[in-house]
Design a protein around this ligand. Sequence first.
Ligand code: THU
Length: 133
Amino acid sequence: MLEKMIDLARNAMGRAYAPYSNFHVGAVMLGADGGTYAGCNVENAAYPQGCCAEASAISAMVMAGETRIAEVVVMGRGEGLVTPCGGCRQRIREFADDNTPIHICGEEGLRETLTLGELLPLSFGPENLKIKD
Ligand code: THU
């Protein structure tokens, strides 16, 4: 499955609309049902309105009726690891847990696998809103 997800992420990265940063990113969510949902970053002339690849992939996943993330692939170019930004770590957190693997890839393939708990320790999630009174 990981190789399939990496291929999908490479394809998604090729669809990125990133004329301002020229930094193309692809992301794939593997749903608990086994479905795969890809997204790319979509920038905007009003810069803050741009959308990360992970956010696009999560939207596609929810639109398909899936709300649990089993694994994530993120792919970008450059020397450094393209880990999800802080906001996207929280977006993933909504549908995943501390043990969810996040595979960080370059165009050539897998570079490193981290868990969401490593990337976003002591996170705040939907459970925190369940207060007993
Ligand atoms: N970007 C993503 O789409 N995902 C990441 O994990 C890191 C950054 C995008 C946002 C922006 O379009 C470009 O990369 C440069 O920051």
